[in-house]
Design a protein around this ligand. Structure first.
Ligand code: GAL
Length: 401
């Protein structure tokens, strides 16, 4: 079955690449949140003036993405490249195959090429300090994209979603679906969290766990495996295969006696894919456990239609690219972006939450929301998805972006 899931992952990847197309010169080289905040309101105007275009024309933005093997980063890369190029910038986009050493080398080569600004979605947020010290020495500003970069003063801004809220929305979905405030239970839940090297993963887990903990304490929610800490349920590299194996083991060890699994709380879609597959294959119960996710990856939207996943927390990464462009433009024109910066999508300016152990990095946090089978049309409304020819499943419009 390991083989099956490997094939599944490959199919997802290929499906993604096929649907995203490859209109760029990119390569994969082988392969608790309660700070003081100001809300910045979205503005619709996406027009780039001629003056802006001519001032950006000579500037190059280096974009370092983690991997093409997870769908969302393909969409991020495509949207970022298109939006920065539309605004008149040159773009050097590199994917580093989820290898930290390769990402350091890729960024070093962009520094050597004297890019004017770096946008980095870190593979391991802890491993870029020396490289970013070199960027700082070369006067290249750095924006941490989606994932915070740790242990460095060289990162100027962070653009992401409200990561704690992502987890909170998952926890609230479970609370409401099981009617935990009125039903007696007990219900059984298992957790699958993300990559410990990704600073976001703890935020997602904590956001969900904080909502559900009172019900666990009360005995309404039980965790038969006993695995209730982030470390116990983390999934290195957010791997679908690893999540599949972990869930298989949990089902074999704690559910083979007929114990009912009510919820598999998964932090994101790549892990939810593996967990849903393990449930389909190895779970003997007659109920369909609630499975959560995050991202709106195509394979997961398909699982939502097929009843194998209950929800996904959607993050509009085209908007994330747009806000990143807003911040980058301001930096490159000599401004210091703050809560007054006019943004192309709704985001909160946060100066307290994201401490990278050297500084609190000023952050623009976009707004995630829940998608279920009943609200798939909301995704179509974004223009980033469309119904396929069978009118049953969604496909991405990313390749035409
Ligand atoms: C996180 C990101 C999520 C998810 C995950 C795996 O950093 O915020 O959207 O995709 O990585 O790639």
């Amino acid at each position: 079955m390991k083989k099956f899931i490997a094939v599944l992952s490959t199919m997802v990847m290929l499906g993604t690449l096929a649907s995203c197309g490859d209109n760029s010169t990119t390569t994969d080289n082988g392969s608790s949140n309660n700070g003081t905040k100001t809300t910045t309101t979205a503005k619709a105007d996406e027009t780039t003036t001629k003056a802006e275009e001519s001032s950006s024309g000579s500037k190059t933005v280096g974009i370092a993405m983690p991997t093409k093997s997870l769908e969302r980063w393909n969409r991020d890369g495509e949207y970022l490249k298109a939006q920065f190029e539309d605004a008149g910038y040159k773009v050097d986009l590199k994917y580093s195959d989820n290898k930290t050493e390769q990402q350091n080398n890729d960024i070093q080569s962009m520094i050597a090429d004297k890019v004017d600004l770096l946008l980095i979605a870190a593979i391991d947020g802890e491993t870029l300090s020396q490289t970013l010290a070199d960027a700082k020495a070369a006067d290249i500003p750095v924006i941490a994209y989606d994932r915070l970069i740790m242990n460095t003063d060289a990162v100027s801004y962070y653009v992401s979603f409200d990561n704690y809220t992502v987890g909170k929305l998952q926890g609230e979905y479970v609370r409401d679906a099981l009617k935990l405030d009125s039903e007696a239970g007990p219900f059984n839940i298992e957790f699958t969290a993300g990559d410990p090297a990704d600073n976001n993963a703890g935020f997602f887990f904590n956001g969900a766990f904080d909502v559900l903990k009172p019900y666990i304490d009360e005995g309404k929610l039980k965790v038969p495996s006993g695995k209730t800490t982030f470390e116990q349920v983390a999934t290195p590299t957010w791997s679908t295969d690893k999540a599949f194996e972990n869930m298989q083991n949990t089902l074999a060890s704690y559910y083979s006696d007929g114990t009912q699994l009510d919820v598999a709380l998964c932090s994101n879609d790549s892990t939810a894919l593996g967990v849903a597959q393990a449930i389909t294959q190895d779970y003997g119960g007659s109920n369909a456990p609630i499975v959560t996710g995050q991202d709106g990856d195509i394979a997961n939207l398909q699982n939502i239609v097929d009843g194998k996943q209950s929800m996904t927390v959607y993050k509009n990464v085209s908007d994330e690219a747009g806000v990143t462009l807003d911040v980058a433009k301001a930096i490159l024109s000599g401004q210091t972006p703050d809560g007054n910066l006019s943004l192309s999508a709704e985001a909160t300016f946060d100066t307290t939450t994201y401490d990278n152990k050297v500084k609190v990095v000023p952050s623009y946090l976009l707004v995630p929301y829940v998608i279920t089978k009943d609200s798939l049309d909301k995704l179509v409304d974004t223009g980033l998805y469309k119904w396929d020819s069978s009118n049953k499943y969604l496909e991405s419009t990313a390749s035409t972006t």
